[in-house]
Design a protein around this ligand. Structure first.
Ligand SMILES: Nc1ncnc2c1ncn2[C@@H]1O[C@H](COP(=O)(O)OP(=O)(O)OP(=O)(O)O)[C@@H](O)[C@H]1O
Ligand SMILES: [Mg+2]
Length: 343
């Protein structure tokens, strides 16, 4: 049974029946900021700070910015959904574009257990018989005029999505049943949803799907982008190993295997670590690292055939190539280690 909300110590309290709080300055990280909405004190969440940068196709960045623009007084921002294979950089794209707009960014990780109150306001016991109300990252972004990334949104059940329907249309509001309040989104509030198509996800109901527009597809990066992604994420890795991993990924993309930049970062990082540990060149451990990160599928790919011309007939499989002398071919200076022809 819920009792009346506790009157906790307050940093800043804004009495706004509309639910609209003015822009708040000097957000105190490590302390709870409280705003008052329809007489109910709400503890706000903290924004996310991630030292990351999106590298890749300018077009998708432009699409995301355009979707969030407001071009006339009667216009409203769109709520884009970013789709693509796991690990291609959807969350990274959303986060870094959002940060580049100079707004606070809040990431809400969606799971199949996410309940409507996790998305909106959660009651928390705050001492003897008292309840404190904690705003989710989404509601905090709504109040503060930040940007919320609903990460891996398609893991959520329909019941949870239903609570967001009024937020995703012209109303731009949510209603918290537990706190008994209606919250109106700040004019600068923006939201996007990332989704991937792995098996552990729900179908999004049509009425929600139609509110999550436009669809922006993030695809595998080109080779030069792949190299930059690997360099950015593992700046201490040796250049030739970076290029080798980039070529491995490009080869995998060409045959539509789902090995992603995230896998590449992990392969590179792990090979570099084993190399350090065993005091041997990291390239010696690439095959081992690929097996460890990608498992059976990676092993199968390693054991698949390679174009004979680049291997000069000396090696039959990617594994043999990787475990052989680690030298590019005679005319390979600045080129792929592998040819771009399909297998
Ligand atoms: N284009 C990119 N630019 C910079 N880093 C990237 C890029 N793509 C992937 N990465 C790196 O790979 C990792 C995975 O990226 P991210 O989490 O954004 O992928 P995702 O598509 O959201 O994956 P999932 O579907 O599993 O949520 C991160 O560590 C990120 O730094
Ligand atoms: Mg993600």
């Amino acid at each position: 049974m819920l009792t009346a909300p506790a009157r906790a110590p307050v940093n800043r309290v804004h009495s706004r029946a509309s639910g609209l709080a003015p822009a708040l300055e000097g957000f105190p990280i490590g302390m709870s900021t409280i705003v008052e909405i329809e007489g109910v004190p709400l503890h706000l969440a903290h924004p996310d700070e991630i030292p990351t940068r999106w590298i890749g196709n300018e077009r998708v960045r432009e699409q995301l910015i355009a979707a969030w623009m407001v071009v006339a007084p009667t216009d409203v921002p769109l709520n884009p959904r970013l789709i693509g294979r796991p690990g291609v950089g959807k969350t990274t794209l959303a986060y870094s574009v959002a940060r580049s707009l100079g707004q606070e960014v809040y990431i809400l990780q969606c799971t199949m257990d996410t309940r409507p109150e996790d998305l909106l306001v959660t009651p928390v016991i705050a001492g003897a018989g008292a309840i404190a109300y904690h705003a989710s990252p989404l509601v905090t972004a709504m109040i503060r005029g930040g940007i919320c990334i609903l990460d891996e949104g398609n893991r959520m059940s329909e019941k949870s999505w239903a609570s967001l329907a009024p937020l995703l249309d012209m109303r731009r509001t949510v209603e918290s049943i537990v706190a008994g309040i209606k919250i109106v989104a700040h004019k600068d509030f923006r939201v996007c949803v990332t989704m991937n198509d792995d098996a552990s996800t729900y179908e999004i109901p049509e009425y929600i799907h139609s509110r999550l527009q436009p669809q922006i597809e993030v695809t595998f990066p080109a080779r030069s982008e792949e190299i930059e992604i690997l360099r950015f994420n593992v700046p201490f890795a040796e250049e030739k190993v970076v290029e080798y991993v980039a070529d491995f990924l490009q080869k995998a993309h060409a045959v539509n295997l789902g090995f992603s930049s995230r896998d590449g970062v992990n392969i590179l990082r792990y090979a570099t670590k084993i190399g350090k540990r065993r005091e041997a060149p990291p390239e010696t451990f690439l095959a081992e690292s690929i097996e460890a990160v990608l498992g059976r599928e990676g092993v199968a790919f390693l054991d698949s055939g390679l174009p004979a011309d680049r291997m000069q007939g000396a090696f039959g499989t990617l594994r043999e190539f990787m475990e052989g002398p680690f030298e590019p071919g005679p005319d390979d200076e600045d080129d792929d280690l592998f040819d771009d022809k399909p297998f």
